[in-house]
Each structure stands twice: as C-alpha cells, then as structure tokens.
Ligand binder design. Structure first.
Ligand code: MRU
Length: 351
C-alpha cells in the first residue's frame, strides 16, 4: 500500500500542519489538518499526534501556526514576541514527559527572539525552521537506525514496547528505525510487539506499521514478555524514550521498566533508541522526570466499553523510569552510548 511508510506522520504544507490521526488507526487512515496553536495543543494532548519526536515537531509547527495568527493582528514586534512566548508556553504544557516537545518549541523561540527582521520575516523563518526540523528528524532516525542494526544478532527476535516507529517520529522511527535498518540487512529477523496497555500503541500502531512494511511481527500481551524470554525466544529488547536524564535513567511508556527488569534477569540486552533531543542534560537522574497522569478512562475502558466496576479506584501514570543499570546501551545519531552513561552522554553532546 501507499502509506504508508512514505507519508510523513507530520508534515507542514503551506500554512497547515498535516498529521496522521493516530487515535483511529488501524481501523481508519486519515490525515488531520491542524490550523491553529490551539488545535495543535489539543492534537498533542488528545494524542492525535504522539510519540516524543513527533510531538517535538508538532510543537515546532504549533509555534509557526501561532506566529501566522499573531502576525495578522499585531504590528509591534515586542508585543508580537511577548504573545508568541505565551502561546509557546501553552503548547509546551500539552504533555509534560517527552522533553522533545519543549526542546523543539524552544528552538523556535530562540530563532524568533534572535532574528533581527520584521514580524513577517520571523514568521517565514519559523515556518522554514519547522520544515527543517521535520526533515532532520528522518535523517537522524536513519543514522541511529544504522548504528543500532550493528548490534542486532543474525536472525534475532527483538522485543519492543509501545510505538517508537515512523508514527512516533516524522518517519522511519527510533526503536523501529533500528528494526527497519536491521531488517534491510537481514530479513530473517523477527519482532515481538507488546500490546502496551492502557492505550494499546503496540497493538494498534506498532503491529500496524510493521505489517504495512512486511516485517514479521508477533503481537503479545504485556504480561507475556518474561515467559517468552524464559523460553529463549527473545534475543534483544529495543524501545524508544520520552526523556533521558544525564545519568542515563530513561522515561518511556509505562511497562518499559518491567520489560527491562525481565531482560536483566534473563541476560538479554536491553537497548534504548533515541535522538539526542530526547536527552535532558539539565536533570541529573530519572527521579526529576515529570510523569504524566492520564485520563482514568484509558484504564477503565477499551474502545469505549467499560471493562471493570464503574467505581473502582484507578491510577494511570503514562510513563515509568528505567534505571540506567538495566540499560545495555543508548542508540543515538552520534553512535551507541555505553555505561557509564554520565560520561558517554556528555561525550556525545561534545562531539
Ligand atoms: O504516550 P505516547 O504514545 O506518546 O508514548 C510514546 C512512547 O512512550 C514512545 O516509546 C516514546 O515517545 C518514543 S517514540 C520514538
């Protein structure tokens, strides 16, 4: 089919940000047109666009949309920049854990504040920069994918959690980028995808995009991973990340920590694949990473159906933090970072 991996998950066209609506996949494939900063805020919050690098680009486009709107009503540059800052902060507040969102919004704000030109020129520059970041994302993923492929054993069965694929980025993916690059060299590799409750990104998105690319994938429920590891059916684990602290502690979709513990117990290498924009060197350890608490309906309902007693207590953290000592390596566009991560992360930033 055509997507499919050829269409970008998020793409700037004219004055509009076009995103694949991930709330309805795999049932329907639709593109949503995002035309204002407010629409972008809600597309990120409601996960029409999701995944750390993808919401980074969404944030960058959100700033471009805000600039277009403000430039129509404001002629004073100081006032324009003040209002743009307010909109930027608003867009950043849509989701707290993935640092790529703040990273990309701040890249745009840095550009806007430093540019000497007119409001029109700033707005044009923001649009261009959004497109540049969009294209760089795919290049970065291909680079890190190729580094990652070098540690995939011949014929390996690889377990992944959540969706760190083309859909979670502009294209190609991080964890699935590693898998795509490995598959290109060795079509005998196979993937196990955790379904990833509560929102089922593994079942709905990872299984879908790998199937579209004809990469062999077996869908399992989250509780099955230790069983398959104990049977010798998993050779390595690779997941994405939402925020990595300076010491390598990594926040990713809830359940990742459990997979990492199981991998350690069974002596299976556990890798994180992420661009440097996911590393937050301003925080020392994972305990400083804000964890998003999401709507309880994600737990109480599946596809709109209540699956538990109406008034049962619910708690729904969307991410957990995998401690650095469970991580074999962090696959980035600057190479594979190894423990001691405090040192290797710093070195990657200095490269
Ligand atoms: O809540 P989501 O679906 O945005 O969570 C996504 C993940 O946890 C991904 O693994 C992470 O963002 C990395 S995506 C390349």
């Amino acid at each position: 089919m055509e997507f499919k991996s050829k269409i970008k998950t998020i793409e700037w066209q004219g004055e509009v940000s076009k995103v694949i609506d991930q709330t309805i996949l795999p049932k329907e494939f639709k593109i949503a047109d995002i035309k204002t900063a407010e629409e972008m805020y809600s597309a990120i919050k409601n996960m029409i666009v999701r995944g750390a690098p993808a919401i980074g680009i969404a944030g960058a486009h959100g700033v471009s949309l805000a600039a277009i709107e403000l430039s129509k009503n404001i002629s004073d540059k100081t006032e324009f920049l003040k209002k743009l800052r307010e909109k930027a902060n608003y867009i950043k507040s849509s989701r707290p854990t993935a640092v790529n969102l703040a990273w990309a919004v701040e890249k745009q704000m840095e550009l806007a504040s430093n540019l000497k030109g007119s409001i029109f020129q700033i707005t044009e520059a923001l649009k261009e920069n959004g497109i540049k970041l969009e294209n760089e994302d795919i290049e970065i993923n291909k680079k890190l994918g190729d580094y990652g492929a070098s540690v995939v054993p011949k014929g390996a069965s690889i377990l992944t959690h959540c969706n760190a694929g083309a859909l979670a980025t502009v294209g190609y993916g991080t964890a699935l980028g590693v898998i795509r690059s490995a598959y290109a060299k060795d079509p005998s590799i196979k993937v196990f995808a955790d379904e990833t409750r509560p929102r089922l990104q593994g079942a709905k998105l990872t299984a879908w995009e790998l199937t579209e690319d004809n990469i062999p994938v077996t869908l399992i429920t989250d509780g099955m991973c230790s069983y398959f590891m104990s049977k010798g059916m998993i050779d390595m684990v690779v997941t994405g990340a939402d925020r990595i602290a300076a010491n390598g502690d990594t926040a990713n979709k809830i359940g990742t920590y459990t997979v990492a513990i199981a991998a350690k117990y069974h002596n299976i290498p556990f890798y994180i694949a992420a661009p440097l924009s996911t590393i937050d060197i301003s925080i020392k350890s994972g305990s400083e990473i804000p964890i998003e608490e999401r709507n309880h309906e994600e737990v109480t309902h599946i596809n709109g159906d209540l699956i538990c007693p109406k008034n049962v207590n619910i708690i729904n953290p969307s991410f957990d933090v995998t401690p650095n000592d469970l991580i074999s390596g962090i696959i980035t566009e600057k190479g594979i970072l190894r423990p001691d991560f405090k040192i290797s992360i710093q070195e990657a930033f200095n490269k």
